[in-house]
Design a protein. Sequence first.
Length: 189
Amino acid sequence: MTKGKLIVISAPSGCGKSTIINSILDDESIGLEFSVSATNRAPREGEEDGVHYHFLTTERFRDAVENGEFIEWEEVYPGRYYGTLKSEVDLQLAKGHNVILDIDVKGALNVKKSYGEDACLIFVEPPSIPELQRRLLKRGTDTPEQIVTRVGRAEYEISFAPQFDKRVVNEDLNDAVEETKALIKEFLA
Ligand code: 5GP
């Protein structure tokens, strides 16, 4: 049986990443499995343990790090850890399934180091920083301070984009979904 491949999607917040990933997962012609990450952050409303994340205590997360249970892990925000579990990914790959990961830029680059040609890193980015700012303001879910933080983080993440295999500019969400799907199909073909 052929071994499966990894698709890694990274994007600053406000770039439509969740919508893009959900559309990809719903597309049976692509047939990807989602890698459920582990985190020590609290679940948000509507999030289920084992579905959106494996919600761990900080102690359990640290144990998992020490036991070598992660392919990669990062402190994405101060005190907030996120990691890709070997148990989520390697079993699926061994079965020949292709897996999609929603992880931050540094995690993505670490996955590339381990999986090389078996991983395709896709970076979804806004048309520009002012446009991202405008979208976050329009969304209305963040305070002005949070918007400044998100935009700063976006600039930092965009600085890693040249190291990704593919880049998709989300000018129009539907187009970005289609473009991402086409890149994935091409990689898996
Ligand atoms: P959120 O808390 O909003 O769900 O996610 C925050 C950030 O953590 C997002 O950029 C997401 O891509 C990233 N993230 C989620 N899971 C992982 C993971 O397993 N590893 C890494 N490195 N980042 C992750």
